[in-house]
Design a protein around this ligand. Structure first.
Ligand code: NAD
Length: 370
């Protein structure tokens, strides 16, 4: 099969990881065009792609540059669009691409409302193309090992999973771009920083959401519209409890990012900069030791984005080639979004939200909540 032709829409910070993933998957994929409203950003990514391809002796054509992604869709022969714009633009851009039968890889969160997430899922199905969401930490060797232990039933009954993201983000961080800390384009620390961990928590528990209770607030970031601290309790249909604590208020610097799983027959804690290190691994079956799994799975990484984009691209490319379901399809991508929006709704109305009543909500419903 010939290489899949990729286009990049949005050439900001995270797009560098998409470029690297395309280079790592060069046997099956090539970058044919890029677009950004700011032409220099698009040019920079093209230059990086060219130099990385040359360094690795990969044959390539120089990708074309566009400011208007709609023009790019009209003029270029594209199989897949990777959407890396501000979160609030994901749905509109994805829907435009899906109606033109492009496969879509969209950054997290997939959309800002469940209605939009559903539209994207429906449009992908209607046009018989694939849709996947960038929750790349699912591909960390640590998380894969944990998921394997779940699948093998090593935990027995799962009692609770706790996700903690205790970080520091100061004014300089929010000043980097106007969209950060807004309801329309970003969401708060739960939607932006914590979304990966919420995705992992629900994936590990692997059950439908029953109820959500959330308390959030803006304590130290008065220039933002959204929360800088959030605490969520999720009850799943199998009675397991998910505890989520996410904040960007930690003094004086990042403190912790961990995932703790308490099971009847096992306890695991995963930590590190991006859940790349196993800290505790204890099972009654004694099949493997902490040292063994650390040796097998711990990964050194350069930044909080980790190394998951390359295996995620590999999974997505294979799903297109073999017409299978990608690990994180639209339905999967929607689950963490549901939990976050239900938590916002719970905060707004000061009560527990049942899954069925939580469906018609959007990030924009929370403008002015604080
Ligand atoms: N998976 C991860 O770990 C991870 C990490 C960081 C960010 N993200 C997500 O990636 C997205 C982008 O974040 P970022 O930090 O790279 O943002 P950024 O502000 O650095 O980049 C966004 C870019 O999109 C461009 N853009 C906006 N509208 C466009 C359009 N219509 N056509 C073409 N380009 C357009 C902007 O000009 C900008 O260059 C967000 O949704 C964020 O949540 C994911």
């Amino acid at each position: 099969m010939k290489k899949l032709k990729f286009a990049l829409i949005g050439c900001g910070r995270i797009s560098a990881n998409h470029l690297k993933a395309l280079i790592d998957n060069y046997q099956d994929a090539e970058l044919v065009s890029v677009s950004d409203l700011i032409k220099d950003k698009a040019k920079q990514r093209v230059n990086e792609y060219v130099s990385q391809a040359k360094d690795k002796n990969i044959s390539f054509k120089k990708p074309k540059i566009f400011i208007d992604y709609k023009k790019m869709l009209q003029e270029e022969d594209i199989d897949v669009c990777s959407i890396c714009t501000e979160s609030g633009y994901h749905a509109e851009i994805a829907l435009n691409c899906l109606t033109q039968k492009k496969h879509i890889l969209v950054e997290k969160p997939m959309a800002m409302s469940l209605l939009d997430a559903d539209r994207m899922i429906r449009e992908a199905e209607k046009n018989k193309v694939k849709l996947s969401v960038c929750y790349q930490n699912r591909f960390n060797p640590t998380i894969q090992k944990l998921h394997q232990a779940i699948e093998e039933g090593r935990f027995g009954k799962i009692i609770a999973v706790t996700a903690r993201v205790l970080w520091n983000r100061n004014k300089n961080y929010y000043n980097q771009a106007k969209w950060r800390g807004t309801w329309k384009l970003d969401g708060g620390c739960l939607m932006n920083q914590c979304t990966h961990n919420i995705d992992l928590l629900q994936w590990i528990i692997g059950e439908e959401i029953d109820t959500v209770f959330g308390q959030t607030g803006n304590y130290l970031h008065p220039y933002n519209e959204t929360e800088d601290y959030g605490s969520i309790i999720v009850r799943f249909k199998n009675k397991a409890i998910g505890n989520i604590e996410g904040t960007v208020c930690v003094y004086p610097q990042n403190l912790e990012e961990t995932l703790t799983i308490l099971g009847e027959k096992g306890t695991v804690v995963i930590g590190g900069l991006a859940l790349n290190k196993i800290l505790v691994w204890d099972f009654t079956d004694n099949k493997d030791s902490l040292e063994e799994v650390q040796e097998e799975c711990n990964l050194e990484i350069e930044n909080i984005y980790g190394k998951g984009h390359s295996p995620l691209y590999n999974n997505f490319i294979n799903s297109i080639k073999k017409d299978t379901i990608p690990l994180i399809d639209g339905y999967e991508g929607k689950k963490s979004l549901s939990i976050i929006l239900m938590a916002y709704k719970s905060q707004k109305y000061s009560r527990v939200i049942n899954y069925n009543e939580g469906l018609n909500i959007s990030n924009e419903d929370f403008i002015g909540i604080f």
